[in-house]
Design a protein around this ligand. Structure first.
Ligand code: C5P
Ligand code: MG
Length: 287
């Protein structure tokens, strides 16, 4: 194995030879031809820590002191209804799509009733249990050092994920985020979300209006894609021309039920792996 990390017990591959070939092709193009496209929640951030579930961007807001007890309960009820649907391998994306729109619409409406203040977000993130995956410093630093663009495409909350990365001191200029950004009134109170709503299953060209980004880096035809749901597989749809794409999927939950689906969809599947070791190993080899 050219990448020692691929020997980890958490790694599964449908076609190891194809992976080997892809990694060699990425290496040939070095950092000059590379771009990384990643999901945020449960991909760059941890799913579990010390046996406890870690929060998503939404959960950080939901659990904060900005939200009333009554509203928190409603948001939790929504999570308990819709999250199992989101990850249910027995349902098709077509079936799930309208239900995800429902979840985001209801949750965002509840958040907008809470008079959330922009100047409280920093504190909410500070007090939260937000955790990036082990190896995140190496990941962000190596992409920055090698001037490799990192496109974070998240159905979470842009303001929150930017704050998490900023508080880690890693929000470098090579990072570009497309996500749901909060919209505040002149007094800094939340009144809605900007632009088209991004949910689990529309992370594709339908929300990527800003194609300027991908045009500017059109020479970067080698892509590493990181995700944790099958909805993340279309995140590279905006790339102008793809020569080689290596898809790495974090399988965090309902492992047995989802393994087959993940192996069909992702080149490398990481089972309950709370680190960025594999991505870091590959980046080290390429750059
Ligand atoms: O960054 P990513 O696209 O993964 O962020 C979206 C995640 O946020 C979804 O996978 C979903 O499980 C979670 N979510 C949440 N609360 C909501 C809506 C989505 O925790 N109200
Ligand atoms: Mg995710």
């Amino acid at each position: 194995m050219i990448i020692p990390e691929l020997g980890k017990a958490t790694v599964r591959m449908r076609d190891p030879e194809k992976v080997q070939g892809l990694i060699k092709a990425l290496q040939k193009g070095r950092e000059k031809k590379l771009q990384v496209i990643s999901d945020f929640d449960m991909t760059l951030s941890r799913f579990r820590f010390n046996g406890e579930r870690c929060p998503t961007c939404h959960n950080i807001v939901d659990n904060s002191s900005m939200i009333s007890e009554d509203c928190r309960k409603k948001l939790k009820d929504l999570f308990n209804i819709y999250y199992p649907i989101e990850i249910d391998p027995a349902k098709t994306i077509k079936e799930k799509y309208p239900l995800m729109v429902e979840w985001w619409t209801k949750a965002h409406a509840l958040l907008c009733e809470q008079k959330i203040r922009k100047d409280k977000l920093q504190q909410a993130v500070k007090e939260s249990q937000a955790k990036l995956r082990d190896g995140f410093e190496q990941f962000f630093n190596s992409l920055h050092r090698n001037e490799v663009p990192l496109f974070i495409f998240s159905a979470g909350i842009g303001d929150i994920l930017e704050e998490i990365i900023s508080q880690a001191g890693l929000f470098f200029p090579n990072v570009k985020v497309v996500s749901n950004y909060m919209d505040f009134d002149d007094n800094g109170v939340l009144i809605g979300f900007k632009g088209e709503m991004i949910h689990t299953f529309n992370k594709d060209n339908s929300v990527l209006r800003d194609t300027e980004y991908f045009k500017q880096i059109s020479e970067r035809s080698n892509v590493i894609l990181l995700g944790d749901t099958v909805g993340d597989l279309t995140m590279a749809d905006g790339v102008t021309s793809v020569e080689n794409i290596l898809k790495i999927g974090f399988l965090n939950d309902k492992v047995e039920e989802q393994t087959e689906l993940f192996l069909q969809s992702y080149d490398i599947v990481l089972i309950k792996d709370e680190t960025l070791d594999i991505a870091n190993g590959i980046l080290q080899y390429i750059t």
